[in-house]
Design a protein around this ligand. Structure first.
Ligand code: 3PG
Length: 313
């Protein structure tokens, strides 16, 4: 056993925890507060986080021993990558582990919007038999616009094709040929907005994607569009979405992520044509096991100075 000390600052599945325990001293603190983290960070060579923990410049400045931060999952918008680079701290993630889980949740949200299943279940639980008011629509024959057609977008395209949807794809970083290879007809963002019955976002939160779904972009969409987002909350301007729901421009939305999490008493959460879930995109047994093993092995590689598979900084 080496002298490495690893902090698990968020919840990590046992499969990954055990790998780290075999090689290092591990403190498992999934509920650690920001204050405690600031107080104790200086003791650790490595840290595992998910989206809950904010890895700020101020925190990294206190992390004198830190060699690597592992993001169990994909999104690194909670980590100050520039500050990590300046401090010489490596950042790794586990980008493959949660693809299927997020793609399946996206399909679930689309199906729930089309068939109103959450409402049907709620009314059954109240003892009602509201068959007449629960007429839905089919995904079959509808057009799905996928914004960001990388790993997750591609997995969504594959599944939605199986439902007989026409798939349009836009990706700021991929050539039209790559978009096609990933299972979608390549289109401009404007064409995607104009032609899609469903729009699903699979982009990270960056300066460019923040509020990309705004009053202006909503205006360009088809009347009665459905919007699904299991990516990052900030990519949708929630006030604009609410207004578009109220005007009828947007028929429904399925949201797993929010500008502020948890969103509290948000009018979007209580809106009758919005289906929400508490950022559970990656929250399956299989994805969590995969992500835990991937991040644990990647952290050990970083500590041992081996070649990295998923370095983000
Ligand atoms: C991700 O970026 O990997 C997902 O949004 C999951 O985030 P979580 O690990 O905090 O659930």
């Amino acid at each position: 056993m080496s002298d490495w000390k690893v902090l698990l600052a968020d919840r990590i599945a046992d499969a990954g925890k055990q790998i780290l325990l075999d090689h290092a001293q591990v403190d498992d603190c999934p509920e650690i507060s920001a204050e405690e983290l600031h107080r104790d960070i200086g003791h650790y060579d490595a840290m595992v986080v998910r989206s809950r923990t904010q890895v700020t410049e101020a925190l990294l400045k206190r992390a004198g021993r830190m060699k690597v931060v592992g993001r169990m999952g994909v999104g690194v918008d909670n980590i100050d990558l520039d500050a990590a680079r300046s401090a010489g701290i490596t950042v790794v993630n586990s980008p493959n582990a949660t693809t299927i889980a997020v793609a399946e949740l996206t399909m679930a949200l689309m199906l729930d919007l089309a068939r109103k299943t959450p409402r049907a279940d709620g009314s059954m639980k109240k003892g009602h038999w509201d068959k007449k008011t629960l007429r839905g629509t089919e995904l079959f024959g509808k057009t799905l616009g996928i914004i960001g057609i990388g790993r997750i977008g591609r997995a969504v395209a594959k599944r939605a094709s199986g439902f007989g949807m026409r798939i349009l794809g836009y990706d700021a970083f991929l050539t039209p040929d790559r978009v096609r290879e990933n299972g979608a007809e390549p289109v401009s963002l404007d064409a995607l907005y104009r032609k899609s019955d469903y729009i699903s976002l699979h982009v990270p939160l960056t300066g460019v994607t923040r509020s990309m779904i705004s009053a202006q972009t909503l205006e360009r969409m088809k009347d009665g569009v459905h919007i699904v987002c299991a990516a990052r909350g900030g990519v949708i301007d929630e006030a604009a979405l609410l207004e578009a729901l109220e005007s009828g421009k947007v028929a429904g939305a399925g949201l797993d992520v929010f500008e502020v999490e948890p969103p509290g008493a948000s009018p979007l959460v209580s809106h009758p044509r919005v289906i929400t879930t508490p950022h559970i995109g990656a929250q399956t047994e299989e994805a969590q096991d995969r992500a835990a093993v991937d991040i644990a092995t990647e952290i050990l590689r970083a500590l041992e100075g081996q070649e990295l598979r998923w370095r983000v900084a």
